[in-house]
Ligand binder design. Structure first.
Ligand SMILES: Cc1ncc(COP(=O)(O)O)c(C=O)c1O
Length: 417
Protein backbone atom coordinates (compact mmCIF):
# COMPACT_ATOMS: atom_id res chain seq x y z
CA UNK A 1 0.00 0.00 0.00
CA UNK A 2 1.33 3.44 -0.90
CA UNK A 3 2.48 5.34 2.17
CA UNK A 4 1.06 8.81 2.15
CA UNK A 5 1.34 11.80 4.42
CA UNK A 6 -1.71 12.91 6.38
CA UNK A 7 -2.42 15.26 3.44
CA UNK A 8 -2.35 12.37 0.97
CA UNK A 9 -4.42 10.12 3.22
CA UNK A 10 -7.10 12.74 3.57
CA UNK A 11 -7.63 12.88 -0.18
CA UNK A 12 -7.43 9.12 -0.52
CA UNK A 13 -10.62 8.52 1.47
CA UNK A 14 -14.19 8.63 0.10
CA UNK A 15 -15.93 11.97 -0.02
CA UNK A 16 -19.33 13.13 -1.17
CA UNK A 17 -17.68 15.67 -3.48
CA UNK A 18 -15.69 12.95 -5.21
CA UNK A 19 -18.81 10.83 -5.63
CA UNK A 20 -20.67 13.79 -7.08
CA UNK A 21 -17.95 14.57 -9.61
CA UNK A 22 -17.53 10.87 -10.51
CA UNK A 23 -21.26 10.69 -11.18
CA UNK A 24 -20.98 13.72 -13.45
CA UNK A 25 -18.09 12.10 -15.31
CA UNK A 26 -20.19 8.95 -15.71
CA UNK A 27 -23.00 10.98 -17.29
CA UNK A 28 -20.52 12.40 -19.81
CA UNK A 29 -18.81 9.13 -20.63
CA UNK A 30 -21.32 6.29 -20.22
CA UNK A 31 -23.01 6.73 -23.61
CA UNK A 32 -26.33 5.97 -21.86
CA UNK A 33 -29.19 8.43 -21.46
CA UNK A 34 -28.71 9.12 -17.76
CA UNK A 35 -31.14 11.50 -16.10
CA UNK A 36 -28.81 13.90 -14.41
CA UNK A 37 -30.63 15.41 -11.48
CA UNK A 38 -27.44 15.13 -9.48
CA UNK A 39 -24.59 17.51 -10.16
CA UNK A 40 -24.45 21.26 -10.05
CA UNK A 41 -24.07 21.81 -13.79
CA UNK A 42 -25.92 24.90 -14.93
CA UNK A 43 -28.57 24.61 -17.64
CA UNK A 44 -27.97 25.65 -21.23
CA UNK A 45 -29.51 29.02 -22.06
CA UNK A 46 -29.21 29.63 -25.83
CA UNK A 47 -28.98 33.45 -25.62
CA UNK A 48 -26.23 33.28 -22.99
CA UNK A 49 -24.33 30.66 -24.93
CA UNK A 50 -24.53 32.80 -28.08
CA UNK A 51 -23.15 35.80 -26.20
CA UNK A 52 -20.19 33.79 -24.92
CA UNK A 53 -19.53 32.64 -28.49
CA UNK A 54 -19.55 36.26 -29.65
CA UNK A 55 -17.20 37.30 -26.86
CA UNK A 56 -14.90 34.41 -27.67
CA UNK A 57 -14.85 35.38 -31.34
CA UNK A 58 -14.05 39.00 -30.45
CA UNK A 59 -11.28 37.78 -28.14
CA UNK A 60 -9.79 35.76 -30.99
CA UNK A 61 -10.21 38.56 -33.54
CA UNK A 62 -8.64 41.38 -31.55
CA UNK A 63 -5.62 39.44 -30.33
CA UNK A 64 -6.71 39.19 -26.67
CA UNK A 65 -6.75 35.40 -26.89
CA UNK A 66 -3.07 35.33 -27.80
CA UNK A 67 -2.24 37.67 -24.93
CA UNK A 68 -4.28 35.59 -22.44
CA UNK A 69 -3.20 32.14 -23.58
CA UNK A 70 0.39 33.02 -24.47
CA UNK A 71 1.54 34.41 -21.14
CA UNK A 72 1.01 34.06 -17.39
CA UNK A 73 -1.38 36.56 -15.87
CA UNK A 74 -0.71 38.12 -12.46
CA UNK A 75 -1.51 35.93 -9.44
CA UNK A 76 -4.32 38.23 -8.25
CA UNK A 77 -6.21 37.78 -11.51
CA UNK A 78 -6.91 39.44 -14.85
CA UNK A 79 -6.58 43.17 -14.18
CA UNK A 80 -9.26 44.42 -16.64
CA UNK A 81 -11.70 41.98 -15.02
CA UNK A 82 -10.80 43.05 -11.45
CA UNK A 83 -11.39 46.70 -12.40
CA UNK A 84 -14.64 45.90 -14.22
CA UNK A 85 -16.06 43.91 -11.30
CA UNK A 86 -15.06 46.54 -8.74
CA UNK A 87 -16.85 49.11 -10.92
CA UNK A 88 -19.99 46.97 -11.05
CA UNK A 89 -20.03 46.47 -7.26
CA UNK A 90 -19.57 50.22 -6.66
CA UNK A 91 -22.23 51.17 -9.22
CA UNK A 92 -24.80 48.61 -8.23
CA UNK A 93 -24.42 48.36 -4.45
CA UNK A 94 -22.42 51.47 -3.52
CA UNK A 95 -19.65 49.36 -1.95
CA UNK A 96 -16.33 51.04 -1.32
CA UNK A 97 -14.20 48.58 -3.34
CA UNK A 98 -11.55 48.67 -6.03
CA UNK A 99 -9.31 46.09 -7.68
CA UNK A 100 -7.33 45.70 -4.43
CA UNK A 101 -10.44 44.07 -2.91
CA UNK A 102 -10.72 41.32 -5.54
CA UNK A 103 -8.80 38.18 -6.48
CA UNK A 104 -9.71 35.31 -8.76
CA UNK A 105 -9.12 31.59 -8.18
CA UNK A 106 -9.58 28.37 -10.14
CA UNK A 107 -13.28 28.20 -9.17
CA UNK A 108 -15.10 28.79 -5.89
CA UNK A 109 -14.24 25.30 -4.76
CA UNK A 110 -10.59 26.37 -4.87
CA UNK A 111 -11.55 29.59 -3.05
CA UNK A 112 -12.98 27.53 -0.19
CA UNK A 113 -9.94 25.30 -0.04
CA UNK A 114 -7.78 28.40 0.33
CA UNK A 115 -10.04 30.29 2.73
CA UNK A 116 -10.92 27.41 5.04
CA UNK A 117 -7.27 26.48 5.43
CA UNK A 118 -6.24 30.13 5.81
CA UNK A 119 -8.52 30.46 8.83
CA UNK A 120 -9.23 27.01 10.29
CA UNK A 121 -6.64 24.59 11.68
CA UNK A 122 -3.87 25.08 14.17
CA UNK A 123 -2.75 28.63 14.96
CA UNK A 124 0.90 29.42 15.64
CA UNK A 125 -0.01 29.51 19.34
CA UNK A 126 -1.25 25.91 19.11
CA UNK A 127 -5.01 26.57 19.21
CA UNK A 128 -7.20 24.45 16.92
CA UNK A 129 -9.87 26.56 15.21
CA UNK A 130 -12.73 25.71 12.89
CA UNK A 131 -15.18 27.18 10.39
CA UNK A 132 -18.73 27.47 11.73
CA UNK A 133 -21.78 26.95 9.50
CA UNK A 134 -24.72 28.65 11.22
CA UNK A 135 -27.17 26.62 9.14
CA UNK A 136 -27.17 23.07 7.85
CA UNK A 137 -27.77 21.51 5.37
CA UNK A 138 -24.88 23.29 3.65
CA UNK A 139 -22.89 22.91 0.46
CA UNK A 140 -21.31 19.44 0.05
CA UNK A 141 -18.06 20.94 -1.25
CA UNK A 142 -17.22 22.39 2.19
CA UNK A 143 -17.11 18.97 3.83
CA UNK A 144 -13.61 17.82 3.00
CA UNK A 145 -11.57 20.91 2.14
CA UNK A 146 -10.20 21.54 5.64
CA UNK A 147 -6.78 19.94 5.96
CA UNK A 148 -7.02 19.45 9.71
CA UNK A 149 -9.45 17.15 11.47
CA UNK A 150 -12.65 18.76 12.74
CA UNK A 151 -12.09 21.94 10.79
CA UNK A 152 -15.80 22.53 10.25
CA UNK A 153 -18.73 22.60 12.68
CA UNK A 154 -22.36 23.25 11.95
CA UNK A 155 -25.48 24.10 13.84
CA UNK A 156 -28.74 22.23 13.51
CA UNK A 157 -31.45 24.54 12.12
CA UNK A 158 -35.01 25.00 13.21
CA UNK A 159 -37.65 23.85 10.76
CA UNK A 160 -40.59 26.02 9.84
CA UNK A 161 -43.45 24.08 8.26
CA UNK A 162 -45.03 26.41 5.74
CA UNK A 163 -47.80 24.21 4.33
CA UNK A 164 -48.67 20.56 3.73
CA UNK A 165 -45.66 20.06 1.44
CA UNK A 166 -43.37 23.04 2.04
CA UNK A 167 -40.86 23.88 4.77
CA UNK A 168 -37.96 26.25 5.40
CA UNK A 169 -34.84 25.96 7.51
CA UNK A 170 -34.12 28.88 9.81
CA UNK A 171 -30.94 29.72 11.67
CA UNK A 172 -31.38 28.74 15.31
CA UNK A 173 -29.67 31.75 16.88
CA UNK A 174 -30.27 30.26 20.33
CA UNK A 175 -27.93 27.39 19.44
CA UNK A 176 -25.37 29.53 17.59
CA UNK A 177 -22.39 29.87 19.82
CA UNK A 178 -19.38 31.81 18.55
CA UNK A 179 -16.76 30.28 20.81
CA UNK A 180 -13.07 31.37 20.79
CA UNK A 181 -12.20 28.43 18.54
CA UNK A 182 -14.39 29.73 15.70
CA UNK A 183 -12.05 31.00 12.99
CA UNK A 184 -14.75 32.19 10.58
CA UNK A 185 -18.47 31.79 9.94
CA UNK A 186 -19.61 30.65 6.50
CA UNK A 187 -22.99 30.54 4.81
CA UNK A 188 -24.08 29.95 1.22
CA UNK A 189 -26.79 32.38 0.07
CA UNK A 190 -28.74 31.11 -1.88
CA UNK A 191 -27.98 27.80 -0.23
CA UNK A 192 -26.93 24.73 -2.11
CA UNK A 193 -28.60 22.18 -1.57
CA UNK A 194 -31.90 23.62 -0.35
CA UNK A 195 -32.64 26.71 -2.43
CA UNK A 196 -32.97 28.56 0.88
CA UNK A 197 -32.06 32.22 0.98
CA UNK A 198 -31.03 33.37 4.42
CA UNK A 199 -33.23 36.41 5.05
CA UNK A 200 -31.88 39.97 5.32
CA UNK A 201 -32.75 39.85 9.01
CA UNK A 202 -30.84 36.57 9.56
CA UNK A 203 -27.86 37.88 7.59
CA UNK A 204 -27.92 41.18 9.50
CA UNK A 205 -27.74 39.24 12.77
CA UNK A 206 -24.84 37.15 11.43
CA UNK A 207 -23.00 40.31 10.34
CA UNK A 208 -23.52 41.87 13.78
CA UNK A 209 -22.46 38.72 15.65
CA UNK A 210 -19.33 38.11 13.60
CA UNK A 211 -18.38 41.77 13.91
CA UNK A 212 -18.86 41.59 17.68
CA UNK A 213 -16.66 38.47 17.94
CA UNK A 214 -14.22 39.80 15.35
CA UNK A 215 -14.32 36.79 13.03
CA UNK A 216 -14.73 36.93 9.25
CA UNK A 217 -18.11 36.15 7.71
CA UNK A 218 -17.68 34.18 4.49
CA UNK A 219 -20.71 34.51 2.21
CA UNK A 220 -20.85 32.04 -0.66
CA UNK A 221 -22.63 33.95 -3.38
CA UNK A 222 -22.28 31.34 -6.16
CA UNK A 223 -25.96 31.84 -7.14
CA UNK A 224 -26.42 35.37 -5.85
CA UNK A 225 -26.30 38.98 -6.99
CA UNK A 226 -25.10 40.69 -9.14
CA UNK A 227 -24.50 37.53 -11.16
CA UNK A 228 -25.84 34.92 -11.87
CA UNK A 229 -28.74 36.28 -9.79
CA UNK A 230 -30.63 33.01 -9.41
CA UNK A 231 -32.55 34.51 -6.51
CA UNK A 232 -36.34 34.46 -6.48
CA UNK A 233 -36.92 36.34 -3.23
CA UNK A 234 -36.23 40.03 -2.49
CA UNK A 235 -32.94 40.21 -0.59
CA UNK A 236 -29.96 42.54 -0.43
CA UNK A 237 -26.32 41.53 -0.66
CA UNK A 238 -23.96 42.64 2.09
CA UNK A 239 -20.30 43.60 2.19
CA UNK A 240 -18.09 45.24 4.77
CA UNK A 241 -14.53 45.04 6.03
CA UNK A 242 -14.95 41.71 7.80
CA UNK A 243 -17.05 39.94 5.15
CA UNK A 244 -15.52 37.75 2.47
CA UNK A 245 -17.79 37.41 -0.51
CA UNK A 246 -17.18 34.45 -2.82
CA UNK A 247 -18.54 34.51 -6.35
CA UNK A 248 -18.14 32.35 -9.43
CA UNK A 249 -18.67 32.34 -13.17
CA UNK A 250 -19.88 28.73 -13.08
CA UNK A 251 -23.62 29.25 -12.73
CA UNK A 252 -23.48 31.98 -15.34
CA UNK A 253 -22.73 29.12 -17.71
CA UNK A 254 -18.94 28.78 -17.61
CA UNK A 255 -18.17 26.00 -15.07
CA UNK A 256 -15.54 24.48 -17.35
CA UNK A 257 -13.50 27.70 -17.37
CA UNK A 258 -13.03 27.41 -13.59
CA UNK A 259 -13.26 30.99 -12.38
CA UNK A 260 -13.87 31.82 -8.74
CA UNK A 261 -13.86 35.35 -7.34
CA UNK A 262 -13.14 36.55 -3.81
CA UNK A 263 -14.11 40.06 -2.68
CA UNK A 264 -12.57 40.98 0.66
CA UNK A 265 -10.33 43.41 2.54
CA UNK A 266 -7.04 44.09 0.69
CA UNK A 267 -4.88 42.22 3.23
CA UNK A 268 -6.93 39.07 2.74
CA UNK A 269 -6.71 39.49 -1.03
CA UNK A 270 -2.93 39.77 -0.69
CA UNK A 271 -2.75 36.44 1.15
CA UNK A 272 -4.94 34.77 -1.47
CA UNK A 273 -2.73 36.23 -4.17
CA UNK A 274 0.31 34.61 -2.51
CA UNK A 275 -1.48 31.26 -2.29
CA UNK A 276 -2.32 31.56 -6.00
CA UNK A 277 1.28 32.35 -6.86
CA UNK A 278 2.68 29.47 -4.82
CA UNK A 279 0.15 26.81 -5.78
CA UNK A 280 -0.77 27.84 -9.34
CA UNK A 281 1.64 30.63 -10.40
CA UNK A 282 -1.46 32.24 -11.89
CA UNK A 283 -5.01 31.16 -12.72
CA UNK A 284 -6.43 30.88 -16.22
CA UNK A 285 -7.96 34.20 -17.31
CA UNK A 286 -10.12 33.16 -20.23
CA UNK A 287 -13.37 33.12 -18.24
CA UNK A 288 -12.64 36.48 -16.63
CA UNK A 289 -11.76 37.97 -19.99
CA UNK A 290 -14.96 36.69 -21.66
CA UNK A 291 -17.18 38.50 -19.16
CA UNK A 292 -15.20 41.72 -18.76
CA UNK A 293 -16.95 43.58 -21.59
CA UNK A 294 -20.35 42.26 -20.49
CA UNK A 295 -19.69 43.70 -17.03
CA UNK A 296 -18.41 47.06 -18.30
CA UNK A 297 -21.40 47.50 -20.62
CA UNK A 298 -23.86 46.61 -17.86
CA UNK A 299 -25.18 43.86 -20.13
CA UNK A 300 -24.48 41.17 -17.56
CA UNK A 301 -27.06 42.52 -15.13
CA UNK A 302 -29.87 42.68 -17.69
CA UNK A 303 -28.95 39.20 -18.94
CA UNK A 304 -29.22 37.79 -15.44
CA UNK A 305 -32.52 39.55 -14.82
CA UNK A 306 -34.11 38.81 -18.20
CA UNK A 307 -32.63 35.44 -19.13
CA UNK A 308 -31.04 33.54 -16.27
CA UNK A 309 -33.45 34.21 -13.40
CA UNK A 310 -36.66 33.51 -15.40
CA UNK A 311 -35.07 30.39 -16.94
CA UNK A 312 -34.47 28.82 -13.51
CA UNK A 313 -37.66 30.12 -11.92
CA UNK A 314 -39.74 28.47 -14.61
CA UNK A 315 -37.81 25.23 -14.18
CA UNK A 316 -38.22 25.35 -10.41
CA UNK A 317 -41.98 25.82 -10.62
CA UNK A 318 -42.29 23.07 -13.21
CA UNK A 319 -40.20 20.65 -11.13
CA UNK A 320 -42.30 21.39 -8.04
CA UNK A 321 -45.46 20.73 -10.07
CA UNK A 322 -44.03 17.36 -11.19
CA UNK A 323 -43.29 16.48 -7.56
CA UNK A 324 -46.94 17.18 -6.62
CA UNK A 325 -48.04 15.00 -9.51
CA UNK A 326 -45.66 12.05 -8.99
CA UNK A 327 -45.32 12.06 -5.17
CA UNK A 328 -49.09 11.89 -4.56
CA UNK A 329 -49.88 9.79 -1.51
CA UNK A 330 -46.32 10.06 -0.15
CA UNK A 331 -45.54 12.11 2.94
CA UNK A 332 -43.06 14.64 1.54
CA UNK A 333 -41.93 18.20 1.96
CA UNK A 334 -39.97 20.39 -0.43
CA UNK A 335 -37.87 23.24 0.87
CA UNK A 336 -39.25 26.64 -0.11
CA UNK A 337 -37.55 27.50 -3.41
CA UNK A 338 -35.96 30.93 -3.07
CA UNK A 339 -32.95 30.52 -5.35
CA UNK A 340 -30.19 28.24 -6.73
CA UNK A 341 -30.95 25.31 -9.03
CA UNK A 342 -32.14 22.51 -6.74
CA UNK A 343 -35.18 21.10 -5.01
CA UNK A 344 -34.52 19.69 -1.57
CA UNK A 345 -36.99 16.95 -0.73
CA UNK A 346 -37.62 15.62 2.77
CA UNK A 347 -39.45 12.32 3.35
CA UNK A 348 -40.07 12.16 7.11
CA UNK A 349 -41.20 8.49 7.11
CA UNK A 350 -38.70 7.18 4.58
CA UNK A 351 -38.42 3.42 5.30
CA UNK A 352 -34.99 3.11 3.64
CA UNK A 353 -31.95 5.34 4.01
CA UNK A 354 -31.18 8.21 1.66
CA UNK A 355 -28.13 6.25 0.44
CA UNK A 356 -30.26 3.21 -0.40
CA UNK A 357 -32.69 5.46 -2.26
CA UNK A 358 -29.78 7.07 -4.13
CA UNK A 359 -28.46 3.60 -5.12
CA UNK A 360 -31.86 2.38 -6.26
CA UNK A 361 -32.33 5.50 -8.37
CA UNK A 362 -28.87 5.18 -9.84
CA UNK A 363 -29.69 1.63 -10.93
CA UNK A 364 -32.56 3.19 -12.87
CA UNK A 365 -30.25 5.78 -14.44
CA UNK A 366 -31.49 8.65 -12.30
CA UNK A 367 -28.75 10.60 -10.56
CA UNK A 368 -29.62 12.61 -7.47
CA UNK A 369 -27.62 13.30 -4.31
CA UNK A 370 -28.25 11.63 -0.99
CA UNK A 371 -29.02 14.24 1.65
CA UNK A 372 -26.55 13.14 4.32
CA UNK A 373 -23.57 14.61 2.47
CA UNK A 374 -24.93 18.08 3.12
CA UNK A 375 -24.50 18.16 6.87
CA UNK A 376 -20.75 18.76 7.16
CA UNK A 377 -19.59 19.17 10.75
CA UNK A 378 -22.96 18.45 12.39
CA UNK A 379 -21.37 15.89 14.70
CA UNK A 380 -24.64 14.62 16.21
CA UNK A 381 -27.15 12.04 15.14
CA UNK A 382 -30.22 13.54 13.52
CA UNK A 383 -32.46 11.15 11.57
CA UNK A 384 -33.50 14.05 9.32
CA UNK A 385 -30.07 13.88 7.63
CA UNK A 386 -30.98 10.43 6.26
CA UNK A 387 -34.42 11.43 4.94
CA UNK A 388 -33.56 13.96 2.26
CA UNK A 389 -32.56 14.13 -1.41
CA UNK A 390 -31.18 16.93 -3.53
CA UNK A 391 -32.72 17.11 -6.99
CA UNK A 392 -31.27 19.45 -9.62
CA UNK A 393 -33.82 20.90 -12.03
CA UNK A 394 -31.28 22.59 -14.31
CA UNK A 395 -31.09 20.00 -17.08
CA UNK A 396 -33.47 19.28 -19.95
CA UNK A 397 -37.14 19.20 -18.92
CA UNK A 398 -37.87 15.67 -20.11
CA UNK A 399 -35.02 14.19 -18.02
CA UNK A 400 -36.18 16.14 -14.99
CA UNK A 401 -39.80 15.08 -15.47
CA UNK A 402 -38.99 11.42 -16.02
CA UNK A 403 -36.42 11.49 -13.21
CA UNK A 404 -39.00 12.83 -10.75
CA UNK A 405 -41.51 10.26 -11.99
CA UNK A 406 -38.98 7.47 -11.27
CA UNK A 407 -38.20 8.94 -7.83
CA UNK A 408 -41.95 8.72 -7.14
CA UNK A 409 -42.03 5.09 -8.31
CA UNK A 410 -39.04 4.10 -6.18
CA UNK A 411 -40.45 5.86 -3.14
CA UNK A 412 -43.75 4.05 -3.57
CA UNK A 413 -41.94 0.72 -3.95
CA UNK A 414 -40.00 1.39 -0.73
CA UNK A 415 -43.12 2.45 1.16
CA UNK A 416 -45.16 -0.52 -0.13
CA UNK A 417 -42.67 -3.02 1.27
C1 LIG B 1 -22.86 26.98 -3.11
C2 LIG B 1 -21.74 26.64 -4.03
N1 LIG B 1 -20.53 27.12 -3.77
C3 LIG B 1 -19.49 26.84 -4.56
C4 LIG B 1 -19.62 26.04 -5.66
C5 LIG B 1 -18.42 25.73 -6.50
O1 LIG B 1 -18.47 26.41 -7.70
P1 LIG B 1 -17.23 26.54 -8.67
O2 LIG B 1 -17.64 25.89 -9.93
O3 LIG B 1 -17.00 28.01 -8.83
O4 LIG B 1 -16.04 25.86 -8.02
C6 LIG B 1 -20.86 25.50 -5.99
C7 LIG B 1 -21.01 24.60 -7.14
O5 LIG B 1 -21.98 23.90 -7.30
C8 LIG B 1 -21.94 25.81 -5.14
O6 LIG B 1 -23.16 25.32 -5.38
Amino acid sequence: MTKYSQFGDQFDSDSGTRQLMDDLGEVLNSGRAIMNLGGGNPGTIPRIRQLFHEQMQATLDDGRFDAIAGQYDGPQGHRPFLDALAGLLRRRFGWDVDASNIATTAGSQASFFILFNMFAGMTRQGHARHILFPLTPEYIGYADVGLQANSVRSVRPSIEIIDEHTFKYRIDFGALDITPDVAAVCVSRPTNPTGNVVTDDELGRLVALTREYNVPLIIDNAYGLPFPNIVFSEVSPVFDKHTILCMSLSKLGLPGLRTGIIVAAPEIIQTITSVNAITMLANGSLGASLVTELINSGQIESLCEKEIKPFYLEKALQARAWCSEYFTGINYYLHKTEGAIFLWAWFPDLPISDIELYERLKRRDVLVLAGRHFFPGLGQHWEHTEQCLRISYAQDPESVRRGIEIIGEELRRAFDK
